[in-house]
Design a protein around this ligand. Structure first.
Ligand SMILES: NC(=O)C1=CN([C@@H]2O[C@H](COP(=O)(O)OP(=O)(O)OC[C@H]3O[C@@H](n4cnc5c(N)ncnc54)[C@H](OP(=O)(O)O)[C@@H]3O)[C@@H](O)[C@H]2O)C=CC1
Ligand SMILES: Nc1c(N[C@@H]2O[C@H](COP(=O)(O)O)[C@@H](O)[C@H]2O)[nH]c(=O)[nH]c1=O
Length: 493
């Protein structure tokens, strides 16, 4: 029995033993390759399983389904947009200011509204501010609840003209990452690093790069608490999905007082970005207006304005490329780490591997007549996750290059291709997913791998992407032959 089946079996048994007779499933995982065997295992264990919208229909089921979708919005967005779900939150006065003209902003909104913000922070993986907000407010950006999750704090600053002492540099509660441009103020970088602050440098700092980074970290939801200077490029880049605006019944005036969104370059009111699924809620004396800038995946949009949207993110060139890397991405099944066991033949014996990565790493030592090499291959095969298998394989190879199978460097691409061909043939969903990419360029965007991936600067060899495109061409050829055969008129005598 595979480990996953084993767990499904035992957890369904435990569910049964706990006296659960019926389970209602709200949503399937949005990514096909993450849909496990839980429903089958529960049914096998004698538990009644109803899936909302499939086995249970009607108004109440629809209502429940929508509630499940709302709860899972970060997961649904991340899976479809391949970026974490981002919320821009701000507090403004009735005349649209987020601070006075001197930059003083504590506080625009009421205590009750700010409490709501703390709760939202507690449900976010990261919170982002710009350099100005750090310089002006010296914020803490924690959730202020004891023993409760606080988000990772991210500061975006190009110039790094930041104070040496600041609340955000105290990382005892939760980490802080400063994202900046290469070479900016090395002196300050060192000082911050010595306090435990992580520094990440980009060639050119943009909101999209930061969100790609967050996606690679596995973040599902990010809260932007910056001012208008940073929120505008973030909106233009298409990385903000939801807006939460607290409107306080106050007027502060001031022509230089900052507003929540800076320059978007629009000239006419028709260009305004309209929100959908808008809600209005009174929070103490304030009004909280929330809505979505992009339709919620899988959900009805209540305002059909998307065809009017004045900007389209990504150029045509970008659209013809599919980047994949982490297994939780939409095309995550293309990763060698995806949880798809493969059985491969070796010396006339069929051996089962938890993933392509397990198989590939163990092949480094395959056929080498040495007890240590045999042990390496066995340890890799038994690794409980692909990350561990990769780590073991790389470490063993580094420590004992003498134990690698002969001509490993030349043979590794062919070995990988065989395993990929097996994986995509074994799982029809994966084969269909690969075929659905048509002629698009497939790029493994791993920043750390310049052989299998494209590396940080995009100049890597992208061997994994190339092998998948080769495999796709083979599958397409088979499809064409099938189509041709089915269209040959049969001889009817
Ligand atoms: N009421 C509210 O809800 C809030 C109010 N505020 C108030 O707003 C004011 C600060 O807002 P604002 O001045 O707009 O500052 P932001 O918080 O928007 O920060 C702007 C800074 O972000 C950094 N940055 C990094 N990448 C980019 C990029 N691609 N484009 C633009 N900027 C980038 C730059 O830092 P660097 O210069 O270091 O390179 C830039 O100066 C303060 O007075 C604060 O009190 C702030 C947040 C919320
Ligand atoms: N002024 C203002 C907000 N400001 C935001 O909150 C940050 C301060 O967070 P902290 O230091 O953790 O309390 C500040 O830097 C800015 O991002 N938020 C609000 O909900 N309402 C307000 O009126």
């Amino acid at each position: 029995m595979r480990k996953k089946d084993f767990l499904d079996f035992h957890s369904s048994k435990a569910t049964m033993q706990a006296g659960v007779l019926r389970v209602i499933v709200g949503l399937h995982h949005p990514l096909q390759h993450f849909r496990g065997k839980a429903i089958t295992a529960l049914r096998k264990a004698g538990i009644i399983v109803d899936v909302l919208g499939e086995d249970t229909v009607g108004d109440r089921a629809q209502e429940a389904l929508e509630a499940c979708q709302y709860v899972n919005i970060p997961l649904l967005y991340t899976a479809t947009h391949q970026l974490p779900f981002s919320v821009l939150k701000y507090a403004m006065t009735l005349d649209g200011k987020i601070a006075t003209s001197t930059g003083h902003s504590s506080w625009v909104s009421s205590k009750l509204s700010r409490q709501r913000v703390l709760e939202t922070r507690g449900r976010s993986n990261a919170v982002i501010v710009g350099g100005n907000t750090v310089r002006r407010d010296d914020p803490r950006l924690t959730a202020r609840q004891e023993n409760c999750h606080s988000p990772v704090r991210i500061v975006m600053s190009r110039g790094l003209d930041l104070p040496e002492e600041a609340n955000l540099w105290d990382v005892s509660i939760t980490p802080t990452i400063v994202m900046t441009q290469r070479g900016a103020r090395n002196d300050l970088q060192k000082k911050l690093a010595s306090k435990g602050v992580e520094i990440v440098e980009f060639d050119f700092l943009t909101p999209r790069d930061v969100m790609n980074y967050c996606y690679d970290c596995g973040f599902l939801s990010v809260l932007w608490e910056c001012g208008g200077t940073l929120s505008a490029p973030a909106i233009s880049a298409g990385v903000i999905h939801k807006v939460m605006a607290f409107v306080a019944p106050k007027i502060i005036g001031g022509v230089r007082a900052p507003s929540p969104v800076g320059e978007l370059g629009f000239l006419e009111m028709t260009q305004a970005l309209k929100l959908s699924n808008v809600s209005y809620e009174q929070v103490g004396p304030d009004l909280l207006i929330s809505g979505y800038l992009y339709p919620i995946p899988g959900m009805q949009v209540d305002a059909p304005m998307w065809e009017e949207a004045p900007y389209v993110t990504g150029s045509n060139d970008e659209k013809s490329v599919i980047y994949f890397h982490k297994t939780w991405g939409f095309f995550g099944a293309f990763s060698t780490f995806s949880p798809h066991p493969v059985s491969m033949e070796n010396d006339g014996k069929r051996i089962s591997w938890h993933s392509v990565e397990h198989y590939y790493q163990a092949q480094k030592f395959n056929g080498v007549k040495d007890r240590m090499a045999e042990k390496f291959a066995k340890d890799i095969q038994a690794a409980d996750c692909p990350e561990k298998a990769a780590w073991l394989g790389k470490n063993f190879a580094r420590q004992h290059p003498d134990l690698l199978q002969p001509d490993w460097q030349q043979r590794r691409t062919g070995i990988m291709y065989e395993a990929l061909a097996k994986k995509f043939s074994l799982y029809p969903d994966l084969r269909n997913l690969l075929l659905s990419t048509n002629s698009r360029l497939l790029v493994n965007s791993s920043p750390f791998d310049v052989y299998w991936g494209c590396g940080r600067n995009g100049m890597g060899l992208n061997q994994l992407g190339k092998l998948l495109m080769k495999l796709r061409a083979e599958f397409e050829a088979v499809e064409i032959v099938k189509l041709h055969k089915s269209s040959i008129p049969k001889y009817s005598g």
